[in-house]
Design a protein around this ligand. Sequence first.
Ligand SMILES: CC(C)(COP(=O)(O)OP(=O)(O)OC[C@H]1O[C@@H](n2cnc3c(N)ncnc32)[C@H](O)[C@@H]1OP(=O)(O)O)[C@@H](O)C(=O)NCCC(=O)NCCS
Length: 145
Amino acid sequence: MRRAGPADLDDLMALEARCFSAADGLFNRRQLRYQLASPRCAWFVAGRFEGAACLLLASNGRDRWGRLYSLAVDPAHRNKGIAKRLLATSFAWFQEQGVQVMRAEVKSTNLAARRLYADLGFVEHEELPNYYGLGTSGIKLYRRM
Ligand SMILES: CC(C)(COP(=O)(O)OP(=O)(O)OC[C@H]1O[C@@H](n2cnc3c(N)ncnc32)[C@H](O)[C@@H]1OP(=O)(O)O)[C@@H](O)C(=O)NCCC(=O)NCCS
């Protein structure tokens, strides 16, 4: 597990394309380049791009929180505990940054991710109708660090 940098742009784009369809909302090159350079963002990569997680530090002036912005494991490497390891690394990074609450969103139909998050202490607290497009709801989650 290691933190990615600007030189990982192409490999991260390729991993995202293996894990998500265009309808899921893939990051484009410009967004990824910005994320890799931003001090408020961290990408962590497992192995040789077997999986990756994108984390953001967010605030609204008064409150600070961490956001899980993307989590993806290559279909060829699923069910081997990689997502759990990426999330353990994410928790450690947020704790280092003084973050006390981590937030995430998930498609309500994504049962694998919902179970993963529940296993790791996330609480589902709000439904987001049409969050992923018309007729596809999301669920807002949080986890105290
Ligand atoms: C969801 C995803 C990240 C899981 O990655 P993974 O490395 O296979 O997950 P892990 O091996 O660490 O599994 C951890 C837990 O996730 C849950 N899980 C994973 N796959 C599952 C499945 N197919 N069905 C039900 N639960 C599942 C289980 O709780 C599992 O714990 P267990 O092994 O003790 O049963 C992966 O399937 C993925 O990249 N999917 C496409 C992208 C995506 O949906 N990202 C999350 C969007 S918010």
